[in-house]
Design a protein around this ligand. Structure first.
Ligand SMILES: [Zn+2]
Length: 85
């Protein structure tokens, strides 16, 4: 069931954009929380921080709970690499 005037394709595009927006907004919160400091090794790296999704896996990263700041961590490049083996 689609809203009148909205195609399946445009509906998917709209939902995907909203999801990305939430993920990006929550990442801003993560970076503010970290204040440039890696949340694993506590090294100060400033803008070089990566936002790591603690909940990931097939189609889960950045969706639902996974997008929330409480489920993400600001990491330096080295710690982020370590998290992903
Ligand atoms: Zn680190």
């Amino acid at each position: 069931m689609f809203t009148k005037g909205e195609t399946h394709r445009s509906r998917l595009r709209r939902l995907r954009a909203a999801r990305r927006r939430l993920d990006a907004d929550e990442s801003v919160i993560v970076r503010e929380r970290a204040q440039g400091r890696c949340e694993s090794c506590l090294r100060y790296v400033g803008d070089a921080l990566h936002v790591h999704h603690e909940l990931s896996g097939n189609g889960r990263r950045g969706r639902g709970e996974s997008a929330l700041a409480s489920k993400k961590r600001a990491l330096c490049l080295e710690c982020h690499r370590r998290q992903h083996g």
